[in-house]
Design a protein around this ligand. Structure first.
Ligand SMILES: [Fe+2]
Ligand SMILES: [Fe+2]
Length: 203
């Protein structure tokens, strides 16, 4: 495996995809419910951090340089996955439909990964044909990933309570990071891409 500081953005994201695929396999093979729950939580954390990296750094860097419709579709697919992630994290392995939800999440992610890295004219191959500095982007993403993983790890040691994760809100990277805000982004529910913001809703 390439050392983190030498990974370009696509290598980093591709490795994340393989990691999650491996975890889904482990989930399938696990026989006791406690183990399944632990792996499912790990899958959710990996996916949340991965999606944030793409939404904050990778997709915005490509916006206007590759087919924007592909980015929009990817963001909507992220939102779809987040609904299931929220439900999986809020329940336990004994809950009805727990395994079915993880299975459907796996299918959604497999479809999404194909569009990012396997189908013809996929997002990653389009990205390689741009002028975007993928090496620099990779360094930025590796640093951000370490930060988000640390925040996610801190959260795991807190008392357990139902956690919901907010889907993509369409904003780009922020210069002044607020760890509390990141914690909320990893743990709190938020509106979907197409949903009106709270101040736009009719009372
Ligand atoms: Fe991805
Ligand atoms: Fe993605």
């Amino acid at each position: 495996m390439a050392s983190q500081d030498k990974q370009d953005a696509i290598t980093l994201l591709t490795e994340d995809h393989r990691t999650v695929e491996g975890l889904f396999e482990q989930f399938e093979q696990a026989s006791d419910s406690q183990k399944k729950e632990q792996i499912a939580r790990q899958i959710c954390t990996e996916l949340k951090v991965h999606a944030l990296l793409e939404e904050e750094i990778f997709y915005p860097a490509l916006r206007g340089k590759i087919d924007d419709d592909d980015i929009d579709e990817a963001l909507v697919e992220h939102d779809g996955a987040k609904l299931l992630i929220n439900e999986i994290e809020a329940s336990g392995a004994e809950a009805r439909f727990f395994e079915a939800k993880v299975k459907v999440l796996q299918e959604q992610i497999e479809h999404h990964v194909k569009e990012e890295e396997q189908e013809s004219d996929n997002i990653f191959s389009q990205a390689r044909n741009t002028e975007v500095d993928l090496q620099m982007l990779g360094q930025q993403m590796a640093a951000r990933k370490a930060e988000l993983m640390q925040i996610a790890g801190t959260g795991a040691s807190r008392p357990r309570r139902p956690r919901r994760w907010r889907p993509h809100d369409g904003i780009g990277p922020k210069k002044n990071r607020d760890p509390d805000r990141d914690r909320r982004r990893l743990r709190g529910r938020h509106r979907l891409s197409g949903e009106p913001a709270p101040h736009q809703r009719r009372r």
